[in-house]
Design a protein around this ligand. Structure first.
Ligand code: RAM
Length: 335
């Protein structure tokens, strides 16, 4: 509420990012994502913008090109200097952002992590896309089905310090320990850092290192698209099965071509929209972000703030949805 138009314009120039036009006394939310050029985050920003149009606040958004913690710190420092009212961040490094976000909170800025959490001491509230245990479980069920419950699999993840992928992978391992998966061997987990080229190279290295690899789980929209293109380039469609978390717009061609028989994701537009409503609710003092509270999130209805099991507040937006050749045409133009 402290921000005036000139400040937002100065921010736009200084940070080279995009901002909605703000009027005096308008709430300004600084949105930080893992990296630029990722259509998943572009869809999430559409959700923030939709909420901004409904609630009349302004957003500024940016992310580093290289998925780095340092890049996110720099952007957040800029947002603090500009006295935004809230920072909504998907973190590249759950621990690495704590200091800078503590500084933000000390200055009265509300901090909401969404998509990929920061540690509890660095945030007021965390918005998860869905129940993490389910996200892990469905991907294991899918790859097991595709490879006939037998053979070597690998995980191609995003960044080694990214909380969302790490949490889902921990649940995948729990799931894989069950009796029905006894003949499946997880040979390795590799990291493409949510960069397309690095993810492609990691997939190529998996192909070269494990000639009898049967399947790959890639719980990142960047990783799964790069893996699909690599599998196709190696003429291994149907030989190495692929699942994970994919964006329909990026994966439709690979699903249609049979490179990926099935994958999951939630609605990234809704995720951004929900994070926006939570951020504004906190700025306005309508919610404190504590367990048991509820808030109105526009077309999503009433959202409840739960205990994450360790006494920290978090919310969830929706269930992971299964995309296959049957339904991908309906979704590829949505996000
Ligand atoms: C990538 C990012 C994001 C994750 C999705 C599934 O776009 O890693 O954080 O939620 O994949």
């Amino acid at each position: 509420m402290r921000k005036v138009l000139s400040l937002v314009l100065a921010l736009m120039l200084a940070l080279g990012c995009f901002a909605a036009m703000a009027e005096a006394d308008q709430i300004v939310i600084g949105v930080v994502y893992k990296q630029t050029g990722n259509p998943f985050f572009e869809a999430a920003v559409r959700g923030f913008e939709e909420a901004a149009a409904e609630l009349g606040f302004a957003i500024i958004h940016n992310g580093p090109a290289d998925s780095s913690n340092e890049g996110q710190i720099q952007i957040i420092e800029g947002f603090i200097d500009s006295e935004v009212d809230a920072i909504a961040v998907s973190a590249n490094d759950a621990a690495g952002l704590v200091n800078v976000l503590k500084k933000a909170m000390e200055k009265g800025i509300k901090v909401v992590s969404w998509d990929s959490a920061v540690l509890p001491e660095g945030r007021n509230l965390n918005i998860d896309p869905s129940v993490a245990a389910n996200i892990g479980r469905v991907q294991v069920e899918e790859i097991a089905k595709q490879i006939g419950y037998e053979g070597k699999i690998a995980i191609l993840s995003a960044g080694a310090t990214m909380d969302n992928q790490n949490t889902w992978i921990a649940y995948m391992k729990e799931e894989l320990a069950k009796e029905e998966y006894a003949k499946i061997e997880l040979v390795t987990t590799v990291y493409g850092d949510d960069l397309t080229d690095k993810s492609y190279q990691e997939m190529q290295a998996l192909i070269d290192t494990y000639p009898d690899l049967k399947g790959v789980i890639s719980p990142t929209t960047v990783g799964i698209a790069a893996a699909a293109s690599c599998i196709q380039d190696n003429d291994l469609t149907g030989v190495i099965k692929l699942t994970g978390l994919g964006l329909p717009s990026e994966m439709a061609e690979y699903i249609t071509a049979g490179v990926c028989e099935g994958m999951y994701l939630w609605n990234p537009i809704d995720l951004g929209y929900c994070a926006a409503y939570a951020s504004v609710g906190m700025v306005k003092g309508e919610i404190a972000g504590t367990i048991g509270e509820t808030f109105e999130a526009g077309r999503l209805g009433v959202i409840e703030i739960y205990d994450d099991g360790a006494g920290n507040p978090f919310t969830i937006v929706g269930d992971p949805y299964n995309f296959t050749a049957e339904n991908i045409e309906d979704w590829k133009n949505v996000y």
